[in-house]
Design a protein around this ligand. Structure first.
Ligand SMILES: *Cc1c(COP(=O)(O)O)cnc(C)c1O
Length: 409
């Protein structure tokens, strides 16, 4: 059995290496998806050899995957995979650590503790800020807003855990009109309704317009963003944090890709004031290129986060050491901190800064070239993004189609 296992891993390594060797010539988005039809099979009655399964899987996958690796994929707000992260993920799979509890895996408990400290320093957050390692920003936002909700109620003397949402006093939720849709779904999941929400109008760049800020108080939850997916822009973080802090409101920053600006001397002016936020969230699988899936929730009030997410059971032995599951909605889960640790160790502070600066420099480079070609700049370069269009919508669509059909990017 062992020999077969090892053989299987050798075979898989070879498939992976071949895939990576081809990545620079692959069509970025597969032109033909015919191979997918081969997946249309009935649930097999009898099993097959692992080797054959992987061979079949590789045949389909190598021909129909989107080339998100390799640097020519610019769709949505996705990240790549640094070689060191890839290698660390292989080890993660090999070790198969359930990183819920120290009692299960002291190794991943220690890694999360170290990553938490490193990230807090890297991003310039307040010392002692807690971090949880979750699937992505969608979940990180839920975790942070759960802590926010419970704390705001607690301040009003209302025990939400005991009494639930039904007769809860109203909390105003104030957020940017251009906020990411995951924030809205997090609010819905947490029991907030449209009537609790106030949207702050944004300007033509998708930035919160301060003159429309409603009055904040200690019954308010404010959510703004560091990095708008529709053009890369940042809300005026420092000003809004000051207002929220003064009012005793809870402020969260969605910085799925943009929070990383804080790690660059050239870019950190965008995130000035993030350390004043009560919580923020980001993705290591975006700007940091640590691979899927890896979101991070940061909360200045450790107890608020852990008490909001705490689950109990007679069989769960919490200890003196870090129990990772206290910081997420999940119990059993992948040891995401392994890849994060490897990337941070590999790049160091300087390397992360270079990575971020290079993304921003490329954005600048592309923007200049495209403007020279006659494209109209709708939103100038902000961080790692910009927005362009042609003279008409029809031409914009045509150009997009030509670019995408080229298979180059
Ligand atoms: C990507 C993104 C999200 C959602 O993050 P996931 O990692 O996909 O769950 C939320 N907010 C912003 C600004 C994003 O860019």
């Amino acid at each position: 059995m062992n020999e077969k296992y090892i053989d299987l891993l050798h075979q898989t390594t070879q498939y992976s290496i071949n895939y990576i060797k081809n990545i620079d010539t692959m069509e970025v988005f597969p032109k033909s998806l015919k191979e997918l039809n081969h997946l249309e099979q009935k649930l097999p009655q009898k099993g097959s050899e692992a080797k054959e399964v992987i061979q079949f899987l590789n045949h389909i996958g190598a021909n129909t995957t989107t080339a998100m690796l390799g640097g020519r994929y610019y769709g949505f707000v996705n990240g790549g995979l640094l070689p060191v992260a890839h290698a660390a993920q292989w080890l993660t799979d090999t070790w198969n650590q359930n990183s819920a509890l120290y009692a299960m895996s002291p190794f991943t408990s220690k890694l999360e503790e170290v990553c938490e400290r490193w990230l807090v320093e890297l991003l310039g957050l307040q010392q002692g800020t807690a971090a949880g390692f979750v699937t992505g920003s969608s979940n990180a936002i839920i975790c942070a807003l759960a802590a926010a909700r419970n704390t705001l109620y607690q301040k009003q003397g209302y025990d939400i855990i005991q009494k639930g949402m039904k007769n809860a006093p109203q909390i105003k939720v104030v957020f940017s009109e251009d906020i990411h849709s995951t924030v809205k779904s997090a609010l819905t999941i947490l029991g907030f309704g449209q009537e609790d929400m106030i949207m702050i109008p944004t300007n033509e760049y998708g930035i919160v317009d301060l003159k429309y800020m409603p009055t904040l108080d200690s019954k308010t939850l404010v959510i703004i963003q560091a990095g708008n997916v529709n053009g890369g822009t940042f809300d005026p973080i420092d000003e809004i944090c000051n207002l929220a802090n003064k009012a005793g409101a809870w402020i969260h920053i969605d910085g799925a890709f943009g929070l990383w600006a804080a790690a660059s001397k050239k870019q950190k002016h965008w995130t000035e004031g993030i350390e004043k936020a009560d919580s923020c969230s980001t993705d290591a699988h975006k700007t940091l290129n640590a691979g899927y899936d890896c979101g991070i929730v940061f909360c200045k009030h450790r107890k608020a986060l852990t008490s909001a997410l705490m689950t109990n059971g007679a069989y769960i032995p919490y200890g003196e050491q870090r129990d990772n599951m206290l910081y997420t909605t999940e119990m059993s889960r992948r040891a995401r901190s392994i890849a994060v640790w490897a990337v941070l160790k590999h790049l160091g502070k300087e390397g992360v800064e270079q990575l971020i600066d290079s993304l921003c420099d490329y954005a600048e480079y592309f923007a200049q070239k495209l403007v020279k070609c006659g494209f109209h700049l709708v939103i100038p370069v902000c961080f790692n993004q910009f927005l362009i269009q042609c003279d008409t919508d029809e031409n914009t669509k045509k150009v997009l189609q030509i670019v995408q059909n080229s298979g180059v990017c």
